[in-house]
Design a protein around this ligand. Structure first.
Ligand SMILES: Cc1cc2nc3c(=O)[nH]c(=O)nc-3n(C[C@H](O)[C@H](O)[C@H](O)COP(=O)(O)OP(=O)(O)OC[C@H]3O[C@@H](n4cnc5c(N)ncnc54)[C@H](O)[C@@H]3O)c2cc1C
Length: 486
């Protein structure tokens, strides 16, 4: 490709301040939030920062003309390598497209650009009595476009559902540069549900340039309760008991002892350090029902071994309890130089057995594992702590995390609860899908992107037999690190 020509054409489209190709400027776009050991770093040829959908469309047409790969990107907080430019090309960064274009309370939607930050959307809606329900722990940084790409979750998804349940329609630039609208403000639209196809497609089918989000009414009352348990097992039983009692908390989160200590050292959220596990339960709804359910949850926690149950009395106390949970990943730096975050889901009733298996694996592989997870959804996040400088640790982490994933899938779970498949987990797709399933997905991808230029190397595996593919992936990582893989 003629680099100078492409550069000047890009500058014509987005202006000179919207095209980056200097290696130092591109450095930040070589990564997302995945651990570098596993995802690597990949320099794009250009990072382009458009301000309008028309510009996005023109950039994509240009890329198509020259046969250059295109990678959509929001804030780059993804944990599966989804926004990495594995084959170089143009990374289209939508963070400058950050306007809230319309809020329509009568029809219950807002139209926003993809670069709007998740928390800022909720902050803008709150004075009108609404919020955007999906709330990833990264919500202070991640974008709505990235939430759509990853079909992101978050603590409140137990009651309110994940991103797909809150997207009514999308404006999308397709891989040939064409711009389309899918869905709309009415609940049912005829024809193929393209909005459903696009949400969670991880930027492999197009670039989202406008998002019609559902407005969710702020609840009348909210209560947050912290319960301290001797161990994860008792906290898991309490979780099942709460749901079995017919209550649906807005959020039901668990943290183990390692996490509690790290969070306390970093943020002083007031979690009891001696606890083997804490549950953070948020209940919302009508005042009277919230008050009654708070007492019922407290009682159930005590019945299952909680030795302390504390209900936040003020908004400040509630925020502090949540700060600890939402900052838990960040606190891991206090425990080890590196961590590898596993995102997987099991049926809720399998939580105690799964946590026992994670503990066994932690001993077997001599690796500390901290656990912080959306217990109500059965969505686990074992954080495997390691030091990449120590010989043999990276291989052990890889083997251990593969075992965790395998166990969860065998227990009836899935590969990812919310962070997506990206590059990082694509070779594990064969653990849950048959060749026929994967061929159907590949067919869909080809119908959107026949030249395979759009976010290439993501989500779909290149080979088809699971053992073989997982081993190849581990070999490739070992090779890159100059390690011997046995
Ligand atoms: C500390 C921390 C906590 C986290 N907690 C959670 C959590 O609780 N729940 C959760 O689900 N995730 C969580 N994440 C993961 C991540 O933050 C979310 O998945 C988030 O939605 C990604 O948004 P982003 O703007 O950073 O997207 P990016 O990382 O930039 O991109 C993510 C994917 O979406 C695609 N994409 C981005 N923008 C567009 C667009 N406009 N059109 C089409 N495709 C696009 C990309 O190609 C990529 O495949 C966490 C991450 C961190 C670092």
């Amino acid at each position: 490709m003629d680099r100078a020509t492409i550069r000047s054409r890009l500058v014509e489209i987005v202006g000179s301040d919207g095209v980056l190709d200097d290696p130092e400027e591109l450095l930040v776009y070589e990564y997302d939030a995945s651990d570098e050991v596993f995802a690597g770093h990949h320099r794009p040829d250009f990072a382009v920062l458009p301000r309008t959908a028309e510009q996005v469309s023109a950039v994509v047409r240009l890329a198509n003309e020259f046969g250059i790969p295109v990678v959509p990107r929001g804030a780059g907080t993804g944990l599966a390598g989804g926004a990495l430019a594995l084959r170089g090309g143009i990374v289209v960064v939508v963070t400058r497209m950050n306007r809230i274009l319309e809020v329509n309370e009568q029809d219950g939607y807002a139209i926003v650009e993809p670069g709007v930050i998740n928390l800022e959307l909720t902050q803008a809606l709150q004075p009108r009595g609404y919020f955007f329900a999906p709330d990833p722990a990264s919500q202070r940084a991640c974008t709505i476009g990235g939430n759509v790409g990853n079909n992101s979750g978050g603590p409140h998804c137990l009651k309110y559902g994940v991103t797909t349940n809150h997207i009514l329609g999308l404006e999308v630039v397709l891989p040939d540069g064409e711009r389309i609208w899918t869905g709309g403000p009415v609940p049912e639209t005829p024809g193929v549900d393209l909005t459903g196809v696009l949400v969670g497609s991880e930027g492999t089918l197009g670039i989202v340039t406008k998002v019609m989000v559902r407005l969710t009414r702020l609840p009348e009352a909210v209560s947050v309760l912290l319960a301290a348990f001797p161990n994860i097992e008792s906290a898991s039983h309490a979780t099942s008991a709460i749901i079995a009692a017919g209550m649906l908390p807005a959020a039901l989160e668990m943290m183990d002892q390692l996490t509690i200590k790290a969070v306390e050292d970093a943020f002083h959220a007031g979690y009891p350090r001696e606890a083997g596990a804490v549950l953070l339960v948020e209940l919302d709804g009508l005042q009277e029902i919230v008050a009654e359910n708070t007492s019922r949850v407290a009682e159930l926690c005590r019945q299952h071994g909680a030795w302390e149950v504390r209900v936040a009395r003020t908004k400040e106390e509630r925020d502090l309890l949540w700060l600890g949970r939402k900052s838990a990943f960040g606190a891991m730096g206090r425990l080890a130089p590196n961590y590898y975050l596993v995102d997987t889901t099991v049926p809720r009733t399998k939580l105690p057995a799964t946590m026992r298996r994670v503990e066994e694996l932690s001993r077997e592989y001599r690796l500390s594992i901290a656990n912080v997870f959306h217990a109500g959804d059965g969505n686990l996040h074992p954080l495997v702590l390691f030091d990449r400088q120590r010989p043999g640790e990276v291989e052990r982490v890889l083997e251990c995390t593969t075992e965790i994933l395998r166990y969860c899938v065998d227990a009836g779970g899935t590969l990812s609860g919310e962070h997506g498949i990206g590059f990082e987990k694509r070779d594990y797709m064969t653990l849950v899908f048959t060749t026929e399933d994967l061929c159907a997905m590949a067919g869909l991808k080809r119908s959107f992107d026949p030249r395979e230029l759009f976010n290439p190397e993501k989500v779909l595996p290149t080979g088809f037999r699971c053992g073989e593919v997982a081993a190849l992936r581990q070999q490739a990582i070992a090779q890159r690190l100059g390690l011997e893989y046995v």
